[in-house]
Write a protein that binds this ligand. Structure first.
Ligand code: SF4
Length: 442
């Protein structure tokens, strides 16, 4: 056990196969040597055995907090999800913001360890130092947004007040190798296929209800000195100063114009390093302008709110609202995280500068529960494969075709059709499956 400040010394180990929950302490040496949620999570996953099959029931899925999570420390709302990745075959840690990490701490837990596989779909409710498993058969197949709505009404609580839900969508249920876990509608533990692992365990969601178990620092005076210094650094930085710094005003997408100027913006599936270089070397009607999808452009035209995570004065989340005409329908989409990397992957890397359709595609990825960065990359890969004749024109996707991209996102989430099923395997496996068509070899 550990009596280090910041920890509750309480981790729930949930055996989904047996339906049992055990509560265990944290080894003091581990708490000292493996720093934070990522460190401890990696230790648990490594101890579980490095040779396990990522989508097998023996894999361990850890949601881990560090000692600062849920305290007043700035930016301390993030939680690490650690497991063996079905995408890379090695350990992955993927972190999301919002409030679920802090709420897990306030509910009395440093972490949750899921092992085994439930006989039928279940969701976990975490409240007052206890974890309960409930039947989720009725919501299996639901998109993430609908899942969140349903669980808010089933668990006595309210989002934005005392409840957080971390859920998977159809992409994870279908074990898309880059399926993610979505927290609070739009925050993703996106990388490495954490959602696919959750889906392979028949675990649809984890609902966390806030309690009053506030973590206590071991030395309050020193903690407050550190807190003051951190707040001062945030306030004085050109990047993070609240309402003034680039990250605070424009979000992570402040990087779009910067990387374009620095020739560090991979474009056309990484063949060029800026949209201007691409236009210069291959002048054609595909050329695009990355400024149209930049943080500055978003802020001026479609920004509606600046939400934040627990204890963060930066508020880098950029909530946008768009009205688009898509597939003969008028769509209104409001979503919370117009981030740089998905905007780049679904944008310039795919030869697309349709700002509003990028928001639609990000939201579609979140609802299907597939990583919007990896999805953008695999779509760009499919576009280049189409151009080079590795995919038949009839099945392929043309550069920047937002209608086809949006449709393919849904097909990947459902693994519908041969191409989507191949793309759902991730770039490396998809490349191994591909063979040039006659068009390419002539
Ligand atoms: S609002 Fe942005 S900067 Fe602040 S903790 Fe959340 S992700 Fe980090």
């Amino acid at each position: 056990m550990t009596d280090l400040g910041g920890f509750h010394d309480n981790v729930a180990r949930i055996d989904l196969s047996a339906g049992d929950v055990d509560y265990e302490s944290i080894d003091d040496e581990d708490a000292r040597h493996y720093i934070g949620g990522r460190g401890l999570g990696v230790k648990y996953v490594f101890d579980n055995g490095p040779d396990v099959e990522p989508l097998g029931e023996e894999n361990l899925l850890a949601f881990m907090n560090g000692p600062l999570t849920g305290t007043q420390a700035p930016m301390s709302g993030r939680i690490a999800v650690v497991t063996k990745s079905p995408l890379t075959g090695t350990v992955t840690d993927s972190h999301h913001g919002g409030w679920s990490g802090a709420r897990l701490k306030w509910a009395g837990f440093d972490g949750l360890l899921f092992e085994g596989k439930a006989e039928h779909p279940v969701y976990a409710v975490v409240e007052d130092g206890e974890v309960e498993l409930r039947d989720a058969s009725h919501i299996w197949g639901y998109g993430v947004h609908e899942t969140m709505d349903e669980l808010e009404s089933e668990v006595d609580g309210a989002y934005g007040k005392n409840l957080s839900t971390m859920a998977i969508g159809p992409g994870a249920e279908n074990e898309v190798r880059y399926a993610c876990i979505i927290n609070e509608d739009d925050r993703a533990s996106g990388r490495g296929g954490t959602g696919a692992v959750m889906g392979s365990k028949n675990l649809k969601a984890v609902v966390v209800k806030s309690g009053t178990e506030m973590p206590k620092p071991a030395d309050r005076e020193t903690f407050m000195e550190g807190h003051k210094a951190a707040m001062q650094a945030i306030q004085e930085s050109d990047v993070t100063a609240p309402n003034e710094g680039g990250l605070s005003v424009y979000g992570t997408n402040v990087l779009m114009n910067l990387t374009e100027e620095m020739d560090g913006l991979p474009t056309r599936n990484g063949r060029f390093t800026s949209t201007s270089m691409e236009a210069e070397e291959e002048p054609d009607d595909l050329n695009i302008d990355s400024e149209k999808v930049s943080g500055e452009n978003v802020e001026e035209n479609i920004l509606v709110d600046d939400p934040t995570c627990h204890s963060c004065p930066v508020a880098c989340k950029k909530e946008v609202e768009v009205d688009v005409h898509h597939k003969g329908q008028e769509l209104n989409v409001r979503m919370e995280s117009y981030e740089y990397e998905p905007a780049w992957a679904l944008g310039p890397n795919s030869m697309n500068d349709d700002r509003d359709m990028i928001a639609v595609m990000m939201d579609r990825c979140n609802d299907y529960g597939i990583d919007s960065i990896e999805t953008g990359n695999i779509l760009a890969f499919a576009m280049e494969a189409t151009e080079k004749g590795y995919i038949d024109d009839a099945d392929g996707i043309d550069w920047g075709d937002v209608e086809a991209m949006t449709e393919m996102i849904e097909k990947i989430g459902k693994r519908e059709g041969d191409l989507a099923d191949t793309l759902a395997e991730g770039q490396e496996r998809a490349a191994r499956r591909s063979t040039p068509t006659t068009a390419a070899s002539t």
